[in-house]
Design a protein around this ligand. Structure first.
Ligand SMILES: O=c1ccn([C@@H]2O[C@H](COP(=O)(O)O)[C@@H](O)[C@H]2O)c(=O)[nH]1
Length: 249
């Protein structure tokens, strides 16, 4: 089989399968066949389809980000991290707002699963900082966190780093500040990506695919600009081409 033309860029695109059922999700997967992108399964699809669909994606050879954003007491998150790691996903997440003990418990749950089953590969465990739909005003006035979004995101990133996590979810705008604070190998996974002219919808902290990669972010999460496009494959390929201009193969 010939290798996909922009493999290095495609492997840094995470396509969000935000669908209500497996039929629609499978249809998109078929449409994207041959593109070596990451696939993200979030709450909508996981609550409808469960772990079986995650296993199906793994059997098809995809790298899978299970985006369940755990945020609960440490003991519960430890158990959740254990179960998720046993599923064999490549990336999963918790909310940094759950705090130090909760994030350490997530690491412990993951490590327990890895010690029980040596066939498992260690997933990336990342922490959500401030949702990309959250504006400066919302964070200050509704949520009640003072200061700038960037400072809050970096504070959460530092805490996640101290707890042994591999990286964070943030908007692409905060990527450079996170890397400066936590080091270049601390992974940034960035939703809030919109090609020029695309509908912004509920996202508030956004960047184009090219600028997000040029800013040094590791993975770009893209949902509706692909899933809601008239031609999703073409939309994905255009995004990958734009990313590719800033990726060193
Ligand atoms: O801060 C966050 C954390 C997660 N997401 C998820 O990423 C995708 C983005 O989808 P779009 O359609 O491209 O907006 C979606 O699955 C979110 O749950 C996020 O947007 N922001």
């Amino acid at each position: 089989m010939t290798e996909y033309v922009h493999t290095a860029a495609a492997q840094r695109l995470i396509v969000a399968l935000d669908y209500p059922n497996v039929e629609q999700a499978r249809h998109l997967i078929d449409t994207l066949q041959g593109i070596p992108c990451y696939i993200k399964v979030g709450m909508q699809l996981f609550y409808a389809a469960g772990p079986e669909f995650v296993r199906e994606l793994k059997e098809k050879g995809y790298s899978v980000f299970l985006d369940l954003k755990m945020h609960d007491i440490p003991n519960t998150v430890k158990g959740g991290a254990h179960s998720i790691t046993r599923l064999g996903v490549d990336m999963f997440n918790v909310h940094a707002a759950g705090g130090r003990e909760m994030m350490k418990a997530a690491v412990a749950g993951m490590e327990q699963a890895l010690s029980e089953d040596k066939a498992l590969t260690r997933p990336l465990l990342i922490a959500v900082t401030q949702l990309t739909s959250t504006s400066q005003q919302t964070m200050n006035e509704d949520i009640g966190i003072p200061g700038s979004v960037e400072d809050t995101v970096v504070r959460y990133a530092r805490l996640a780093y101290e707890c042994g996590l591999d990286g964070v979810v943030s908007s692409p705008l905060e990527g450079p500040a996170i890397k400066a604070a936590c080091g270049s190998s601390f992974v940034t996974v960035t939703p809030g990506v919109r090609p020029a002219g695309a509908e912004v919808a509920d996202q508030t902290r956004i960047m184009t695919p090219g600028r997000a990669i040029a800013a040094g972010n590791d993975y770009l999460v893209v949902g509706r600009p692909i899933t809601a496009a008239i031609d999703p494959r073409k939309a994905a390929e255009q995004i990958i081409e734009e990313m590719n201009q800033y990726v060193n193969d």
